[in-house]
Design a protein around this ligand. Structure first.
Ligand code: NAP
Length: 286
């Protein structure tokens, strides 16, 4: 079984450098089985969110597994319908019930919109009370990130952003390093877009190292000091995706992969007003 190294967050808390994402794993039983499989092959961090509607399956899987709760690093995210001080606190009480735990390792604000500063203060209060071990944000581009980083009492430990070989987030890498926040990749395979698993550059580099394109894509991110949370419902691919800690890409390999960057989102540009309208309109109460 692969042992994943930890990274140290800005408050000294350690988090696995690779975890398992459960976005769009539909159905309680499917998700529970996927998390149990992931734990059985060595993943010790699970990334869920209130919006994924599967916190309860994650909680059940951990409870039924052979792994102690304290040995699993759980991340969840507060969705913007739950933004606001009291609502965020109440929503996280519900998340803890769903997850069958009395503390959460890392809580992220899912989007940088709405009453996010009040929500952030709610996270700080839960952190002070010991119910959250680390606080972070998600989808905060460099402009929003710099703002909250400067005004928050407890600085964000993590910013989880779309990051993969086709969107390498060089600017975010620079600013998160500058201010001591860990960049975490969502969609490390661009969710399969751009035919990533058959990419000739990744395949060619993989062949040299006896690895697959997917393993090269993940290894590139961890060598950039980016935390990864690949998702798969297949136990073979879970094994493949975690088997990346025994090889090293060379400087030449890294340069060849750097050239794949389009510097553009493959999903949604959070500076696009149409996207912002779509997100804020998902909140019925303003
Ligand atoms: N903060 C946010 O706004 C946000 C947004 C999106 C995602 N996330 C988080 O990031 C996690 C990962 O992102 P994602 O789930 O969108 O996409 P992803 O991990 O980039 O890609 C998952 C896709 O790749 C396939 N796959 C996985 N490993 C493979 C392999 N070795 N070979 C071939 N195919 C493979 C999976 O299919 P199979 O399942 O069939 O293997 C699935 O279709 C999510 O689960 C979630 O936790 C966060």
């Amino acid at each position: 079984m692969t042992n994943v190294p930890n990274v140290k967050l800005n408050n000294g808390v350690e988090m696995p450098a690779e975890g398992f994402g459960v976005y769009r794993i539909e159905g309680f039983d499917n998700c529970k089985q996927a998390v149990k499989d992931a734990l059985s092959v060595g993943y010790r961090a699970i990334d869920t969110a209130q919006q994924y509607n599967n916190e309860d399956a994650v909680g059940a899987a951990i409870e039924e597994s052979d792994v102690d709760r304290k040995d699993v690093f759980i991340t969840t995210k507060v969705w913007i319908t739950e933004f606001g001080y009291d609502k965020t606190r109440a929503s996280l009480e519900a998340s803890m019930k769903n997850l069958r735990t009395d503390y959460i390792d890392l809580v992220l604000l899912h989007q940088p919109f709405g009453d996010s500063y009040d929500s952030y203060r709610a996270l700080e209060s839960l952190y002070d009370e010991g119910k959250i071990r680390a606080i972070g944000i998600s989808n905060y581009n460099s402009d929003r990130y710099i703002d909250i980083q400067h005004f928050a009492r407890i600085k964000p430990a993590v910013d989880q952003m779309e990051t993969h070989v086709f969107f390498q987030q060089n600017e975010m890498q620079e600013y998160t390093k500058k201010y001591g926040t860990k960049l975490e990749s969502w969609g490390p395979f661009a969710n399969g877009k751009h035919d990533i698993f058959n990419n000739p550059v990744l395949n060619e580099i993989g062949e040299k190292h006896g690895k697959t394109a997917s393993q090269v894509a993940l290894r590139f991110l961890v060598q950039k000091d980016i935390i990864i949370i690949p998702k798969s419902t297949s136990i073979e691919r879970m094994r493949e995706n975690i088997d990346i800690w025994d090889f090293e890409l060379t400087a030449d390999d890294m340069r060849s992969i750097e050239a794949l960057d389009t510097n553009e989102s493959s999903f949604m540009d959070l500076h696009d007003p149409k996207i912002v309208e779509w997100i804020v309109n998902s909140v019925p109460e303003k």
